[in-house]
Design a protein around this ligand. Structure first.
Ligand SMILES: C[S@@+](CC[C@H](N)C(=O)[O-])C[C@H]1O[C@@H](n2cnc3c(N)ncnc32)[C@H](O)[C@@H]1O
Length: 525
């Protein structure tokens, strides 16, 4: 029988994060239980003394700090980028500034665990908070709980409820982290609440919201159970029906799968990529849809460490995005303009299809992202067929009179099709964004349409599954622009992706890929 001590909510204290979003951080003083060592190149290039704490679980400490950065510091939970950065010096710097000590270096296994814990804890945040709140004696204190303590609790709850890690270790390690990073009282609180959780789980009596009442109440319960914002759930029930909406949320909560594209531009073929993956012992599957693509569900860390991405031999690109390029169907010798191009996934794939003849002009309003595109084009030896232009598409035509064979508008969108990869996006996106995005998409479509040669092709695409950003935008555009008509996508993709209107649509639920949409439109000659 577990002893369940009474639980108190600890509120914000003076020497901790006050409000990280407003950048008024105060970092905790170094804790007493740390060892000061000299460690080469640990935080920066020079050797300097470090407070390396060997008593706490490094991956939990790093996960807690990473979660703080994502929730309050504006860092993205782009799991791959986080992995790609190798979690090196910078990350340990954040850990030390936040906790007052650093941990030992993370090995590959730790890094994988951090990625899993961070991704899962963010995805399940609403559900985990519901459980935490249900188990607290003082629900009013929940909203005032200090951020680091809340992250530690969320990690513990996620490990116990979703990962089903051995509860003894989860409790011990998270209690230790709370004690050392905060204070003994915080450790006691974590201990009490995690033990209570384990006891409820073992007796199959975890609190659970009932899906009952009117539509609104049911959507609220489903949103908690599947950990999504209520407005998204309501929208999906409206467009997809309840059953599909639940399947979509399950997909969004599942581990993301990645695909790699062999960079033909650099003369690297899919079979060479496959040989490298076999050498690295990374399991793979060939894409049934795209000749250059390979799917992997584990082993990304090995791919990164092998340098395949750094050397520009392959790129991480979802097949759903690759299929948008199939709809453009770039041919050697053509002039193509990619109107919202950065960071360049589609630009570079299109450029590789040109076999050195023709040109892709890549426009983007974001200078930093465009710089990344330019550097990647160089790395992939595609800079001879890629030109970058820093411009706002809406005013670009004022200084440009050139028209192009093909125009791709991969518009800024809600990203509701890529929630399995962008774990934090569901919490950052607001329902009000949808109206703003729709008018921006209309403006950008009008601007892009001016760049198409008579007889040329305009492709409008998004990584959204929302009809208001997809079919509805195209329908409104066709009403405004009678010089355009739909060119069915049937010649470019397999029937499973074809909609009744002749558009391309990849559905996470149906196709097990990210959600994406593209319409191919012809300008009359
Ligand atoms: C969906 S992302 C493009 C992704 C890119 N096509 C790819 O495959 O990597 C949308 C891009 O539109 C850019 N953007 C937003 N408003 C713009 C505007 N008015 N003019 C040009 N680019 C814009 C953003 O900076 C962002 O990079």
């Amino acid at each position: 029988m577990l002893h369940l001590p009474s639980i108190q909510i600890c509120c914000l204290s003076d020497n901790k994060y006050k409000d990280s979003s407003s950048k008024t951080l105060k970092f905790k003083e170094s804790n007493s239980r740390t060892t000061t060592t000299y460690k080469k190149g640990y935080l920066n290039k020079e050797s300097k003394p470090q407070n390396v704490n060997l008593e706490i679980s490094p991956h939990r400490a790093v996960s807690a700090v990473r979660l703080m950065r994502i929730e309050f510091g504006g860092a993205f939970a782009d799991l791959l980028n986080e992995k790609g950065k190798g979690s090196g010096d910078n990350e340990m710097g954040y850990v030390e500034r936040t906790l007052g000590f650093c941990t030992r270096d993370l090995d590959d296994r730790d890094l994988r665990v951090v990625t899993d814990i961070v991704g899962g804890t963010i995805r399940w945040r609403k559900y985990l908070d519901y459980l935490i709140l249900s188990l607290c004696h003082d629900p009013n204190g929940f909203s005032r709980m200090e951020p680091l303590l809340l992250q530690i609790l969320r990690i513990g709850f996620y490990e116990i409820v979703k990962l089903e890690n051995p509860s003894y270790a989860v409790i011990n390690e998270n209690v230790q982290l709370a004690k050392i990073a905060l204070r003994p009282g915080a450790g006691n609180m974590v201990n009490g609440i995690l033990r209570k959780l384990v006891s409820l789980k073992e007796s199959n009596s975890l609190p659970s919201p009932q899906v009952e009442g009117d539509d609104r109440a049911q959507a609220r319960a489903l949103a908690t159970l599947h950990s999504h914002p209520v407005w998204m759930v309501r929208r999906w029930i409206k467009y997809l029906g309840r059953e599909e909406a639940v399947k979509l949320m399950n997909w969004n909560n599942s581990d993301p799968r990645f695909s790699l594209r062999a960079n033909r531009g650099k003369g690297f073929t899919r079979s060479e990529l496959v040989s490298r993956l076999e050498t690295l012992e990374v399991p793979y599957e060939l894409s049934p849809h795209l000749d250059d693509f390979v799917r992997i569900s584990t082993g990304m860390q090995s791919v990164i460490q092998d340098g395949l991405l750094k050397e520009g031999l392959c790129s991480v690109q979802d097949e759903s995005a690759g299929l948008v390029v199939s709809i453009v169907d770039p041919q050697p010798g053509e002039t193509i303009i990619d109107c919202c191009a950065a960071p360049g996934g589609k630009t570079l794939f299109m450029a590789a299809c040109l076999n050195g003849e023709g040109m892709v002009t890549a426009i983007d309003i974001n200078k930093g992202r465009l710089r990344i595109l330019k550097e990647t084009a160089k790395l992939q030896q595609l800079n001879n067929v890629v030109t970058t232009v820093h411009a706002d598409l809406r005013t670009f035509h004022e200084s440009n009179s050139i028209t192009y064979d093909k125009v791709l508008l991969d518009a800024p969108c809600s990203g509701l099709g890529v929630l399995s990869k962008r774990a934090d996006l569901r919490w950052n996106r607001k329902s009000e964004d949808m109206e703003e995005l729709k008018s921006l998409q209309d403006e950008l479509l009008d601007a892009a349409s001016m760049l198409v040669k008579p007889g040329g092709v305009l492709v409008y695409s998004t990584c959204s599954i929302d009809p208001e950003e997809n079919e509805d935008r195209v329908a409104a555009f066709l009403l405004r622009h009678q010089e355009y008509s739909i060119d069915s996508a049937e010649r470019y993709i397999s029937p499973e992706f074809l909609t009744e209107h002749g558009y391309y649509f990849s559905s996470p639920v149906k196709n097990s890929l990210d959600g994406a949409f593209a319409a191919r439109l012809l300008r009359c000659p």
